[in-house]
Design a protein. Structure first.
Length: 249
């Protein structure tokens, strides 16, 4: 498959999404995080710890719940067009690479998540500015956390794409994603299950700094998270590609 053909698939996916309201969901989590950060009371917190605490406060709800849920919503949306009115039959009948089609959909979901993470950077700065501590933001730590959180979402993207390609129902894979995300509140504290639970990886990625977890008793080396994320990513992408390439027209 040539680069021009693949760029055509990307343009097609972008056009499909431009006709939906999915873009309105991109700022939802950053705006909520901004509100939480701005309303946080840091008066009694030592000055040296204010920025770290504010960063954890801004990121916590987003990383624990909203980011994994948004991953499922975005993945379901990119397959919604094909499930409507025999869209899969028409799409797979075209002379296009199924692997290229999968990659285009994956990139679109990842791009939406990247936009969300960039919005979180803006929210962190705005919350810190409101609190009067914008000059003390450790941007290296914050940006690494946001990038790690994005990378930790990639196995979820692969899993949700696999489910969304297989199920014609928009609500079914989304409901499963939400039901599997909610236990993060408990699982994130488990050194036995947390490192291997896919929906917990974004929180572990965003809230781990220097190999230590900021808000729970879990002490997990970052290298373990990356290995878990990398292995599950390869397996889930392979499974989704095999399923799509065997899908009947």
């Amino acid at each position: 498959m040539g680069i021009r053909s693949f760029l055509g698939l990307l343009a097609s996916e972008r056009l499909k999404l431009s006709r939906s309201l999915i873009w309105l969901l991109v700022p939802v989590s950053p705006l909520l995080a901004l509100f939480i950060g701005a309303m946080s009371n840091l008066t009694d917190v030592p000055e040296a710890a204010r920025n770290e605490l504010l960063q954890s406060t801004v990121f916590m709800l987003h990383a624990l719940l909203l980011l994994p849920i948004l991953t499922g919503i975005f993945a379901s949306f990119v397959c919604r067009y094909e499930h409507a009115g025999g869209g899969w039959k028409a799409t797979l009948s075209l002379p296009v690479s199924r692997t290229g089609l999968y990659a285009a959909k994956f990139i679109m979901v990842a791009s939406l998540l990247l936009a969300v993470q960039l919005g979180m950077a803006v929210s962190l700065f705005a919350a810190a500015y409101y609190q009067g501590i914008a000059d003390g933001i450790d941007w290296q730590s914050a940006l690494v956390s946001m990038l790690t959180g994005l990378l930790a979402c990639l196995p979820l993207v692969a899993l949700q794409l696999w489910a969304s390609i297989g199920w014609s129902s928009f609500a079914a894979p989304l409901a499963i994603n939400v039901s599997m995300t909610i236990p993060n509140i408990l699982i994130i504290n488990s050194d036995k299950y947390g490192p291997f639970y896919p929906w917990a990886q974004p929180a572990l990625g965003m809230l781990v700094q220097g190999g230590e977890q900021n808000f729970s008793a879990l002490n997990l080396p970052l290298e373990n998270i990356l290995i878990t994320v990398g292995c599950s990513f390869v397996l889930l992408v392979a499974g989704g590609l095999v399923y799509l390439n065997r899908k009947e027209v």
